[in-house]
Ligand binder design. Structure first.
Ligand code: G1P
Length: 295
């Protein structure tokens, strides 16, 4: 069986939910305390055994390329001054082959993934979406790879979401749980209204797919939002080749909108050794002040 070594990270979106911040700065570079969200995704890939990553970018995304380039001057400076922790921080994603591809005319996630066809070749691969940050003992991407090693089938990650939120996600129609947290699926539906949603199990931005998805994407017509939807292509793939859903039991943090990004920063800040104590005291003081003001 082929080892899964390749990942695609689509990062071509315009980031309109964060304007004006995203006028000149890619949304993927928004910090989670001190680390750009996209670096946390790349770290998850590395921890899962991925060696080759294609980041799909668009206009105004140069900062992402610069971020993953080595900065020799900075590294020498830190080494000379024995700032070992800082040096470690800037070298965290070293050792990976990171490539970039431009998506000239963004036309949905399915279209973005399609541009990675020649990078992927004949190998099964993973797709990691940058808005979803995951925390678990075994990285979620590694969980999908482990599952593939048992089943040899495409598998994507799902998680239960509140029923009224199904219209923000791809949602699965599970038939049966064939082993702990692994579901057989009859259909995959992109962003159904709650009254049409076949379940509360939502696709959460980690996919392991066989390269057959590319033939299907070539013939996938625009769907929701008049864009080429990856979920639609996966639904078609599932009609001839099995696609399983793996339920994620860890924590998921969304950086895709203002409020969820703020919450993510608070939660990561509460675990960050440099700021956690200060942040805890500050939140307590702030809560007391809000309580007093409201009385
Ligand atoms: C995309 C997918 C959707 C998936 C979601 C996970 O939507 O199209 O199926 O559930 O990512 O974050 P987006 O969030 O890009 O609108």
């Amino acid at each position: 069986m082929k080892k899964i070594k390749k990942a695609i990270i689509p990062a071509a979106g315009l980031g309109t939910r964060f304007l004006p911040e995203t006028k000149a700065m890619p949304k993927e570079m928004l910090p989670v305390v001190d680390t750009p969200a996209i670096q946390l995704i790349v770290e998850e890939a590395k921890a899962s055994g991925i060696t080759d990553i294609l980041i799909i970018i668009g206009k105004g995304k140069r900062a992402i390329e610069d971020h993953f380039d080595s900065n020799t001057e900075l590294e020498l400076n830190l080494a000379e001054k024995h700032k070992d922790k800082m040096l470690e921080a800037v070298q965290k994603t070293n050792g990976l082959n990171i490539y970039f591809k431009r998506q000239a005319h963004p036309n949905g996630l399915g279209d973005a993934v399609h541009t990675a066809k020649s990078f992927v070749g004949d190998d099964p691969f993973v797709i990691m979406l940058g808005d979803d940050l995951m925390q678990s003992d075994v990285p979620l991407t590694k969980q999908l790879i482990d599952s593939y090693e048992q089943t040899s089938a495409s598998t994507l990650a799902v998680m239960r979401v509140p029923h009224e939120e199904t219209s923000k996600y791809g949602v699965i129609n599970p038939t049966k749980e064939i082993s702990d947290g692994l579901y057989d699926v009859t259909s995959f539906v992109e962003k159904p209204a709650p009254e049409d949603a076949p379940s509360d199990l939502a696709i959460i931005g980690r996919y392991l797919l066989t390269p057959k998805i590319f033939e299907i994407l070539e013939n996938t017509k625009p769907g929701k939002g008049n864009e080429i939807q990856l979920t639609d292509a996966i639904d078609t793939l599932n009609k001839t080749d099995k696609v399983y859903a793996h339920e994620f039991k860890g924590s998921r943090f969304d950086t895709g909108n203002k409020f969820s990004w703020l919450k993510t920063n608070i939660e990561f800040g509460l675990k960050h050794p440099e700021v956690s104590e200060q942040l805890k005291s500050y939140i307590k003081e702030l809560a007391e002040k809000i309580n007093t003001d409201e009385k």
